[in-house]
Write a protein that binds this ligand. Sequence first.
Ligand SMILES: CC(C)(COP(=O)(O)OP(=O)(O)OC[C@H]1O[C@@H](n2cnc3c(N)ncnc32)[C@H](O)[C@@H]1OP(=O)(O)O)[C@@H](O)C(=O)NCCC(=O)NCCS
Length: 158
Amino acid sequence: MRPSGFYQRAGRLQGGMAPTLRPAAPADAPLIVAVDAAAGLSRAPHVPALVAELLGLGMSWIAEADGAVAGYAIVSRRFFSRPFVELLAVHPAWRRRGVGVALMARCAATHDSDRLFTSTNRSNAAMQALLTQTGFEPSGVIENLDPGDPELVYVKFR
Ligand SMILES: CC(C)(COP(=O)(O)OP(=O)(O)OC[C@H]1O[C@@H](n2cnc3c(N)ncnc32)[C@H](O)[C@@H]1OP(=O)(O)O)[C@@H](O)C(=O)NCCC(=O)NCCS
């Protein structure tokens, strides 16, 4: 595996193998659940089955490094039938090395519409910074999902 151009350009490779991105398949669901566990992200009990279903849409991406999953982005069309990044997570061992940006850039480059949506909580400053860095712009607010922590919707146009 060679470091990708992205990592070389960004100058963020800090030792070890650079992750490579590949399309995610339903069989990857357990690997994604393992990243969530390593990241301490608690998901509802139905999420593993839902993840496998969404991976079957063929719109999602996995970042792999050293034979393990460094991060993932799950994309669907369940948001007003628009391409929407439902979940993005990076393994704690791979954070702040451009994996999240690379995954979002890949999602933005490969969907089949003229715009890609995603959302994050107002409390998630890291994700908001990442979205600004990858060319997303604010596209509304949804109240009353998480109490006291509105969901900020973002869009990136082609
Ligand atoms: C948010 C998350 C995906 C970022 O992944 P990542 O690979 O570490 O992000 P990147 O290295 O690509 O960072 C890109 C930019 O995002 C911002 N950022 C990322 N992590 C940050 C943090 N902990 N604090 C502040 N800004 C942060 C920075 O602007 C960063 O650029 P910089 O490193 O040049 O300063 C990761 O922290 C994560 O998995 N968090 C838990 C799950 C989550 O919140 N998912 C998103 C909502 S669904």
